[in-house]
Design a protein. Structure first.
Length: 621
């Protein structure tokens, strides 16, 4: 590929450049953070190499696409630190098999797959608060919450009345607030088979979920479909893209219109409608459903947007929603102030809220920000990231002769999301960006027909973007966030009263068992409860005896208090394995369907005598 990188030049000296930033971000916390980060870079700390023994400055939280998981990376090293199973099954930890994980997965535990696209961290006052992550499942219309203190999934819910949750964002102020979820595919309501071949009866909805209780608060029906969503910094608005305003069910039908739209939701008005009972319900669901269809309803504003837009991104100064044109070479910049005016009845044409529509290149999908007034947009078809000035794009839209494009950087290849450090908070610090490329082709040794994706690290701290690292990943990171490490405070050892295994503790109590002390087998009919402790390199029970056909529940409590001293519990030829971290209790239930001697053993290499950490399950015929 030819080197198409070129610099349009800012024409500004470093001093003027910083001065511009200060003016552009007046009144926010952005300026000091940006200046500090620039100084750190000037002092030579911008290397992406993180030496052995050193820690990364940022956490990266990656969605895992149709692997169904979340991954945790260190930034800038791009080292993969952890995988958090969410909608998938996990052989190492027993996610999807332990009783604790099955309770969390609920009735949806019957699904073995998931498709995560958008992972976001909870906010307080417009920045990350380190409490939770939330992620969508497009495959089975679910969302999940992950506790950041233990980095485990703690809630999974299915969204009713809709299909294929794709876009997912959180309210940023005063705190999260709602988790807002876009269902991408239109379906008939009710979807019970009575309407099949009548696409005019299909529709979709935005769903608002309470982040603290995970209760579904309301849904709002829209025209067209919903793709991505973002929220503003006042708590009033969310905006979502629609690529199928046509309501088509085939590709040519969905591509017909030259403009689809960005739909803006007026959240206080929707809440008011729910309070006043201006809603319906669908089928058995009790969720209030507000009707946001039609050009003249009070809840939504449909802003015509070229063409089949995909990502929508709120600028960290809180001023603009930016919709990424996908089939149009443009991004559409929508002003939050003008949205206020629209809903106050002061504007006539929905397009009046648009303040810029810069032409950026082919296939704009997603935009990120550096907190210094620049936007960075991925160009899927051009395989580039384009850096552009929002202020200059606005001037150009007003008719001034200015070049808003600063640089185009080749990436490899076909980028989707692009995320800069802290970019989705008011503390955007403009140090690193990651371009999540869909194809890697010639960038890595070939590994069969299936290839890795390529997550490319870009240094955005200077005036020119610099590509510094290629990171192969398994299918398929769609999105990521880069969170400063000061925001995240994971535990090192489990709390004995952690709600994660509270139901198992309650069961032990009913059996009169003290988990921290007892090793015993309790039989209730053909149900057998096996309680044991673990202290490296020993299980509290060297053996236990059951009968063929018994339903066996094994509960292991790890008494080790040492950081990083995890044990496993695996039964040979029974398909059972689970993780028991320091001070954790884990349990698993299965039917003893094979008589004979079945060794159980520890799967985490925990001690010099780890191999000897085992015992026998004796199953009488
Ligand atoms: S994403 Cu889900 S299709 Cu561009 Cu936010 Cu990849
Ligand atoms: Cu315990 Cu290995």
């Amino acid at each position: 590929m030819s080197d198409r990188e070129h610099d349009h030049g800012t024409g500004l000296s470093r001093r003027e450049f910083l001065g511009f930033t200060a003016a552009g971000a007046a009144g926010t916390a952005l300026v000091p953070a940006s200046l500090l980060s620039r100084q750190a870079h000037a002092a030579g700390k911008s290397k992406y190499e993180v030496a052995p023994g050193e820690l990364d400055e940022y956490y990266g939280f990656w969605s895992g696409g149709h692997s169904g998981e979340i991954r945790v990376l260190g930034i800038p090293s791009m080292r993969e630190l952890m995988r958090i199973p969410v909608f998938n099954r996990d052989s190492a930890t027993g996610w999807g098999q332990t009783n604790e994980s099955k309770r969390i997965l609920g009735e949806s535990a019957r699904f073995q797959n998931g498709d995560t696209h958008h992972v976001h961290m909870s906010y307080t006052d417009g920045t990350y608060d380190g409490r939770y992550l939330f992620v969508n499942d497009k495959a089975n219309t679910r969302i999940a919450r992950i506790r950041c203190d233990i980095m485990k999934t703690d809630k999974v819910i299915t969204i009713p009345n809709v299909a294929a949750i794709h876009g997912l964002r959180l309210q940023k102020v005063p705190k999260t607030g709602y988790v807002l979820c876009c269902a991408e595919f239109r379906i008939p309501h009710p979807n019970d088979g009575r309407f099949l071949d009548e696409p005019d009866k299909y529709h979709t909805m935005l769903t608002a979920v309470d982040a603290d209780t995970m209760e579904i608060k309301w849904q709002i029906i829209v025209d067209g479909n919903l793709d991505n969503v973002d929220t503003d910094y006042t708590g009033k608005y969310a905006a979502a893209t629609c690529y199928n305003s046509e309501g088509g069910v085939t590709l040519p039908e969905m591509m017909k219109a030259d403009r689809d739209w960005t739909v803006v939701f007026n959240i206080p008005r929707i809440e008011e409608a729910v309070r006043q009972g201006k809603y319906t319900t669908i089928g058995d669901s009790k969720v209030p459903v507000v009707d946001g269809r039609g050009k003249n309803n009070p809840y939504t504003l449909y802003v015509p947007t070229p063409k089949s837009p995909h990502g929508v991104n709120m600028s960290p100064d809180g001023k603009y929603f930016i919709s990424n044109g996908k089939l149009s070479p443009t991004c559409t910049v929508i002003s939050v102030d003008l949205i206020d005016k629209w809903f106050a009845g002061k504007l006539k044409d929905p397009r009046d809220v648009v303040v810029a529509e810069p032409e950026l290149g082919l296939g704009p999908l997603h935009t990120t920000f550096d907190g210094r007034g620049y936007a960075y947009t991925t160009l899927f078809i051009d395989s580039q990231v384009v850096k552009w000035s929002i202020a200059d794009a606005i001037r150009a839209y007003r008719g001034e002769k200015v070049d808003y494009i600063r640089q185009k950087l080749d990436v490899h290849y076909q980028p989707g999301h692009l995320k800069a450090s802290m970019a989705e908070t008011k503390e955007a610090d403009g140090k690193w960006a990651v371009s999540l490329c869909k194809f890697s082709k010639d960038r890595f040794l070939p590994v069969g027909v299936l290839r890795a994706e390529n997550d490319q690290l870009i240094d955005i701290s200077g005036e020119k973007m610099k590509l510094v690292h290629d990171g192969p990943t398994f299918p398929e990171p769609h999105d990521a966030i880069i969170v400063h490490r000061s925001k995240v405070h994971p535990r090192k050892v489990w709390r004995r009263d952690d709600p994660y295994f509270a139901e198992t503790v309650a069961m032990a109590k009913r059996h009169g068992v003290v988990l921290e002390r007892d090793n015993k087998v309790i039989r209730e009919g053909n149900k057998v409860y096996v309680y044991m402790t673990s202290v490296a390199p020993n299980y509290g029970l060297k053996e236990f005896r059951v009968k063929k056909g018994d339903e066996v529940t094994v509960v292991v409590t790890n008494l080790d208090k040492i950081e990083d001293l995890t044990h496993g519990f695996c039964i040979v030829n029974y398909g059972i394995n689970m993780e028991i971290g320091p001070q954790q209790t884990s349990s698993v239930t299965f039917v003893a369907d094979q008589p004979g001697v079945h060794w159980y053993y520890c799967t985490w290499f925990c001690h010099a005598l780890h191999l000897e950490m085992r015992g026998r399950m004796l199953v009488e015929p």
